[in-house]
Ligand binder design. Structure first.
Ligand SMILES: *Cc1c(COP(=O)(O)O)cnc(C)c1O
Length: 359
């Protein structure tokens, strides 16, 4: 028997969404962000489907090496950069572009001897306050990089938005302004826009855009839905009904017994739980599709199972397919029911879920 829990990955939807990036930022080159195992969709699978991207970005050095070992020759940007001389040498050897976000990295660049020059993206903190050189230090650090023998000529500059997921938040324009004034004296390729900014802040597109979540067919906006942005969901997480039981009014379901049957009723058990990456925080009432019809989750999410209310589905039978999110059931909605964001749901799907591809 094959495992019931399955994540099917729609490769054409990935390519469709990449095309949406192209249409949205016509004059920019595209760095497809495929960190965290391609947002949970599989690093190499996503890289293959998106191989027409101008570049890739990942967060960890292991991901860089996996891509190079699999013979991806595109430029790859390492978003967290290097943290010691050994990593720096390894990255230079594999011709990886590195983000430089801190003085200590510039010190390392000056102190290490490399066999070949390395491409550098200087990250500027314009208000996110996580990684980046502060505004006042930009020009001195840029000059240091220019003077450094290990650094290749075309140094790029970048920043990251903290609030672009909210259309109306004025802090995004403020970040853009700070960025523009910090680089007023610098003539370098620029990169600012994540998915949200690609879709809503065309003034931030510049030479390179960095789409992540939109490639996977998910709205980057608070309370947004993929369909509103003409994006196609890539991952559909599904499983099967492995039991249908009839309980009496007042019976308590599952761990803690916090959910009680309001009626004599059929309860379906779906073979998926937090051990597969279905969020334990999903509240009672979170929708699940059984044979394309919505039914509510009831009781607590267990490690391997969830229960659903089948009163509206008297013809459901054991073996019927249950969709947890994806096609027909927006992951954005499930994230909201679980008090989290779609990013987290996608990259938390665990290894015991069988992955299938749809072409
Ligand atoms: C993850 C990430 C992105 C992509 O963000 P999305 O919101 O998924 O589009 C872009 N840039 C940086 C620096 C990131 O860390």
């Amino acid at each position: 028997m094959t495992r019931a829990a399955e994540a099917s990955i729609d490769l054409q939807a990935l390519q469709y969404n990449l095309q949406r990036v192209r249409e949205s930022a016509k004059n920019s080159r595209i760095i497809s962000v495929i960190k965290a195992n391609g947002y949970g969709h599989g690093l190499l699978r996503v890289a293959s489907a998106l191989s027409s991207s101008d570049a890739f970005a990942v967060a960890k050095i292991e991901e860089v090496l996996t891509l190079r070992e699999a013979a991806f020759t595109q430029p790859i940007l390492l978003l967290e950069g290097f943290s010691d001389a050994e990593e720096l040498a390894l990255l230079a050897q594999h011709d990886i572009d590195v983000v430089v976000h801190h003085q200590y990295q510039i010190d390392l660049l000056e102190q290490t001897s490399l066999h070949s020059k390395i491409n550098v993206w200087l990250k500027i903190d314009t208000g996110m306050h996580r990684l980046g050189i502060s505004l006042d230090d930009v020009s001195v650090n840029y000059k240091r990089l220019q003077a450094c023998d290990n650094v290749a000529a075309d140094i790029a500059v970048m920043t990251h938005f903290a609030n672009a997921d909210d259309h109306h938040d004025p802090r995004t324009s403020a970040q853009l302004k700070r960025f523009n004034s910090a680089i007023a004296e610098i003539n370098a390729p620029r990169s600012l826009a994540n998915s949200a900014a690609i879709l809503k802040y065309s003034e931030s597109h510049a030479e390179w855009v960095r789409p992540g979540i939109m490639l996977y067919g998910v709205s980057p906006f608070i309370k947004g839905l993929a369909a509103e942005e003409n994006l196609k969901p890539v991952m559909t997480l599904s499983s099967k009904l492995i039991a249908i039981n009839h309980y009496k009014k007042g019976n308590a379901l599952g761990y803690g017994g916090s959910w009680r049957c309001p009626d004599d009723m059929p309860v379906g058990v779906v073979a998926i739980g937090y051990g597969d990456g279905y969020p334990r925080a999903a509240r009672a009432g979170t929708p699940v599709l059984i044979n394309d019809q919505r039914v509510p989750l009831i009781g607590r999410v267990s490690m391997d199972m969830i229960c659903v209310d089948l009163r509206s589905q008297p013809f459901a039978v054991i073996g019927d397919r249950a969709v947890l999110w994806g096609e027909g059931l927006p992951v954005e909605e499930i994230a909201e029911c679980a008090h989290t964001i779609p990013y987290e749901l996608l990259c938390r799907v665990t290894e015991r879920v069988r992955i299938t591809e749809v072409e």
